[in-house]
Design a protein around this ligand. Structure first.
Ligand SMILES: [Zn+2]
Length: 290
């Protein structure tokens, strides 16, 4: 039996190649329910999510990896985040029909996606990558191949119940066996989406790479978690500006904000709003950039 909601690292003992596997179930179900999506939109959300878990685990940072697309297509917004604390969240918004013939650029109505790496105590790093191909595995592989990063391949599979992925990454250093990378990738290409989603990792690795010596590391449990808070929502109101917020307050009676990742509601009445802007006034001099 496959263990649910986990990420696991593995290493080929004889080649400078590492791997990472992820399978998300209950954590994914929570996001599926929240999203209300189905079909290809849901698939893309799941693929992006699995890919970011794989990515954040290979980076070995304390922080998070975020994939974001905004455009004018049927799926005009997609944001997923995976943290080194093994927490995930994601959201996508679909406004019109996606047909089978559409490629990524048409689905999103954009020619690029953004990957942000947030590391604790450092400025976030953003990479902009073209939305090439029909799925995120292709788009990400292109990004890795053209952005001065380690050669990396992704295998991603997703449905309503599970989203899974596997990554192979070529590490720096010479291999005594020059064909190893191509051979291992070719073997991984024989993976069916069904296997990727349902098989237990050890048997999956045995099926693919039984001629190799593989070191399997301990798995980490992954859970759904949203980092939104009342404080952060208040900070967002600040960026809107006081006149705009007061305008909403006057029309609606209170300011209500719903988090798109977790559906949490935050209400601010007139006193709350005053407090938000008052506390901001107090700290302004030190936060103004010169
Ligand atoms: Zn939230």
């Amino acid at each position: 039996m496959k263990s649910p909601d986990q990420s696991q690292r593995f290493l080929f003992d004889k080649h400078p190649i590492r791997g990472q596997y992820v399978s998300l179930d209950a954590s994914w179900a929570r996001i599926v329910e929240q999203s209300g999506l189905e079909g290809r939109a849901l698939l893309l959300l799941g693929e992006a999510l699995a890919a970011m878990v794989l990515l954040v685990d290979t980076l070995k940072i304390k922080g998070s990896a975020i994939l974001q697309v905004r455009g004018s297509g049927p799926l005009g917004l997609l944001v997923v985040e995976a943290s080194s604390e093994n927490q995930i969240r994601g959201v996508a918004r679909q406004t019109s029909e996606i047909t089978d013939e559409m490629d990524l650029a048409e689905i999103f109505g954009s020619s690029y996606f953004v990957i942000t790496i947030k590391t604790e105590g450092a400025e976030p790093h953003q990479g902009i990558a073209p939305l090439r191909g029909a799925n995120f595995a292709e788009a990400l592989e292109h990004y890795f191949a053209t952005s001065d990063q380690l050669t990396t391949r992704f295998w991603l599979a997703c449905d309503q119940e599970t989203t899974s992925g596997m990554l192979l990454q070529k590490l720096p250093g010479k291999s005594a066996d020059e064909d190893a990378w191509d051979r291992l990738c070719m073997l991984a290409d024989t993976l069916s989406p069904q296997e990727l989603k349902l098989a237990e990792l050890e048997s999956l690795l045995f099926r693919l790479f039984h001629q190799e010596e593989i070191r399997l590391f301990e798995s980490s449990p992954i859970e759904f978690f949203c980092s939104c808070s009342r404080e952060r929502t208040g900070a967002m109101l600040l960026t809107l500006g006081k006149p705009e917020v007061l305008d909403v307050l006057e029309k609606e009676g209170d300011v209500s904000v719903t988090c798109e990742f977790c559906n949490q509601h935050y209400h601010f009445d007139s006193i709350d709003v005053e407090q938000v802007f008052l506390s901001a006034d107090g700290i302004k001099p030190s936060t103004v950039a010169h």
